[in-house]
Design a protein around this ligand. Structure first.
Ligand code: ADP
Ligand code: MG
Length: 177
């Protein structure tokens, strides 16, 4: 059994409900145990700025799967939840599931880079990761809490439990948040 950390993101209709649904779906996946889940975060888009805010979260799982098998599962779940890959890199996405960390392994093949190559500079990943793991040491030896403080100028807001429930329930009254 190893621990792995998964980053979740969405910025299309009802993103909070999509993240919540994806977390539930991860919890049902065979050979994978959901151990801990962060709050939901509302975050400003990076790279391509003319798009809606994202909702992000991070989950820790334990698994007997290998890293590449786990990524295959994540891609399958993305597809199941409606993700299409038609040039949406950095653009709006229904659901994005990234393998952030796989134990303390460093792994680089054409299909999979772990730790996720943009983990270290993205506060929308680092903040929820720090919420569930405190100041863990990353596989490159750096300190998560120091990485968090080094990310300046990125808007990342942790949602309260009440705001999260309201956002998820927004599905039923037609609002997207
Ligand atoms: P993003 O980097 O914005 O998450 P995509 O979700 O479109 O972009 O992923 C593009 C490709 O990145 C996928 O086809 C996948 O094979 C590859 N990839 C490499 N390493 C990882 C990783 N650690 N987690 C998720 N996808 C990865
Ligand atoms: Mg991805």
């Amino acid at each position: 059994m190893v621990s792995a950390w998964i980053g979740l993101g969405s910025n299309m209709a009802n993103p909070a409900a999509r993240i919540s649904g994806a977390i539930d779906r991860l919890g049902q996946e065979p050979q994978l145990t959901l151990e801990r889940v962060s709050s939901l975060y509302r975050t400003a888009p990076l790279e391509y700025l003319e798009q809606a805010d994202f909702i992000n979260a991070v989950a820790r799982v334990s698994t007997i799967l290998g890293a590449e098998q786990l990524l295959e599962r994540l891609v399958r779940i993305e597809t199941e939840l409606g993700r299409t890959r038609n040039g949406d890199r950095y653009g709006p996405r229904v659901i994005d599931l990234d393998l952030l960390l796989f134990s303390d392994e460093m792994h680089c093949t054409p299909a999979l880079t772990v730790p996720h190559p943009r983990l270290h500079q993205r506060l929308f990943v680092l903040a929820p990761l720090a919420e569930i793991e405190g100041d863990m040491r990353l596989p490159d030896g750096s300190n998560l809490a120091i990485r968090v403080t080094a990310c300046t100028g990125q808007r990342v807001e942790r949602m309260s439990a009440a705001a999260t429930t309201a956002a998820i329930d927004g599905v039923t009254n037609g609002s997207s948040y």
